[in-house]
Design a protein around this ligand. Structure first.
Ligand code: DC
Length: 227
């Protein structure tokens, strides 16, 4: 691998629902001026399409067809974050052919010359196993349910804490126990538990980790500058 390739910042951020991974990933992308892909949006957009068409999210044939014909603009739809879509997304994400159909798009995104930040469940294990910086962001299930509950309340959506917790546990189960690309930390990922950490504290930890990698790998030419 050339020195330049070794220094290309591909940063993967995986973790369970409501662990704070997307917030951290987005902030890191901003800090280093890198393109950002929230890969969960791909599964959500496929699920949305099936729900719009009145199809069952477990209908593998329809889900694969939706995944293969997905258009990038569908990732910007404003209605991808309802509870109905969340549950349906974790169902379509368990279908191996759907995952295969979405893999190419994610890999192309990661191959951009200036690097990229990708957040999801398998970005460090399957999508970019060679990424030089991998993070696994997690938190206790109660804390994640609390965050999700607050988020729903802020949006004015009716929510019952016990129900939020139950749905989160159900999604965790599906995401960690599926046969293909189950949620797990890559062996070389930095695992960060955010249960008792603020976003700023987590960011500082991540920034130090990235700086240490840059110091090891990017000495011979200019790496991307954090402001
Ligand atoms: O991160 P999220 O909640 O937006 O993800 C929605 C669903 O998609 C979630 O149940 C897990 C699945 N997913 C996945 O299987 N692999 C990814 N890389 C990203 C998301």
């Amino acid at each position: 691998m050339s020195a330049k390739a070794a220094c290309r910042p591909v940063i993967t951020v995986d973790g369970p629902t409501a662990s704070g991974k997307s917030t951290i990933a987005r902030r890191i992308a901003e800090l280093y001026g890198l393109p950002f892909l929230d890969t969960g949006l791909l599964y959500r957009a496929v699920a949305r399409r099936l729900l719009d068409e009145g199809r069952d999210p477990a209908d593998a044939e329809a889900a694969v067809e939706a995944a293969r014909s997905l258009r990038p603009e569908e990732l910007g739809r404003p209605d991808l974050h309802t509870e109905e879509v969340s549950q349906a997304a974790s169902r379509v994400a368990a279908i191996p052919e759907v995952r295969a159909a979405l893999l190419e798009f994610q890999r192309r995104f990661a191959e951009q010359p200036r690097g990229a930040v990708l957040a999801g469940r398998d970005t460090g294990t399957v999508v970019c196993p060679d990424a030089p910086v991998k993070l696994f962001v997690t938190a206790s299930v109660e804390e994640r349910a609390r965050r999700r509950f607050e988020q729903l309340r802020r949006r004015g959506e009716p929510a019952i804490f016990a129900r939020v917790l139950e749905e989160l546990e159900e999604r965790d189960r599906r995401d960690t126990q599926r046969a293909v690309a189950p949620l797990r930390a890559a062996p070389d990922a930095l695992v960060i538990d955010t249960t008792h950490r603020s976003v700023e504290e987590t960011l500082e930890l991540v920034r130090r980790h990235i700086e240490a990698w840059r110091a090891r790998s990017c000495s011979s030419h200019a790496p991307p500058e954090a402001p």
